[in-house]
Design a protein around this ligand. Sequence first.
Ligand code: PHE
Length: 345
Amino acid sequence: MTADIFARVQHILTIIKEEKIENAVELESFRIKYVGSKNEIKGLFGEIKHIENDRKKEFGQLLNDVKQAAEEKYEAFKSRLLELDEVQSGTFLDLTAPCAPIPAGSRHPVSIVLNRIIQIFERIGFVVAEEREIEDDWYNFTAMNTPEDHPARDMQDTFYLKGSTKELLRTHTSSVQARLMTTQKPPIRIIAPGRVYRNETISSRSHCQFHQVEGLYIDKNVSFADMKQTLLYFAREMYGAETEIRLRPSFFPFTEPSAEMDVYWGLKNEDDYRITKGTGWLEILGCGMVDPNVLINCGIDPEEYSGFAFGMGIERQAMLQFKITDIRQLFENDTRFLKQFVGIV
Ligand code: PHE
């Protein structure tokens, strides 16, 4: 009798293990038979009382094995069928699958060149200073020694805010010089990148908005030679170790003496003749010793301190670097244009 029932339960265990489940209907009948509330195994637990005492424990163990085997098989097939179902309906989510590559963006050519310039000056101790684009005419013009009747102040050249003769869109980053000199004590050693605005007709060569980087160094005993070496270092880092520069006398209201710096670009091909107007030299920036009037306007004693300043445009350098022939492309955000700069830092 005991041996019989042991054999029966063993047989059920084998059947459970070998049972084929291929669809939801088969899974459901398996569930009813072996897992559900009225399953076959439950009834067998009632048989324990007929088992000889010394084998009761063994029988109980066997029944538990059967119960566990049935539950495990049911769970395994249930999730397998669910997966199959999701695959067929297209809703299956395989969390182990490698993900779709995240499309890489690209830096804007203006940012690429701007970042290079910033890094070069940061290496010799200049810190970045950023200021407002909507300026007061005092910081943009008056403090910078630009007289009231200077043509740059004209509505034709400068964007004033509606109804205002004081608030304007800054025409150069030189306004940052005045902002800093009125709020900080020397030594001051900054570069100020940013956007500037001028009321110019938009063409392939000029735009009403563009970017500049301003440099300012104020301390005791700062000389023209310091400026020249700083700018030579910049030119060689930016355009190659052999780069030659020249300083041409020039005029800016806020520097005295003033100069424009050219780098030697060369005349290797026809493009070089066009870009440099046949001279081989390219104008890169304006610079000079900070005019004592500017120092006085900003509350710095010109007897104690001196300094140099420079300002350069970014767009033209970006156009040279990447052979861009129309400045407007830099402001149109056409992704076909921007995608060409993927991977350039
Ligand atoms: N602000 C000048 C410009 O926009 C450039 C400049 C800056 C010149 C600092 C000298 C010193 O052209």
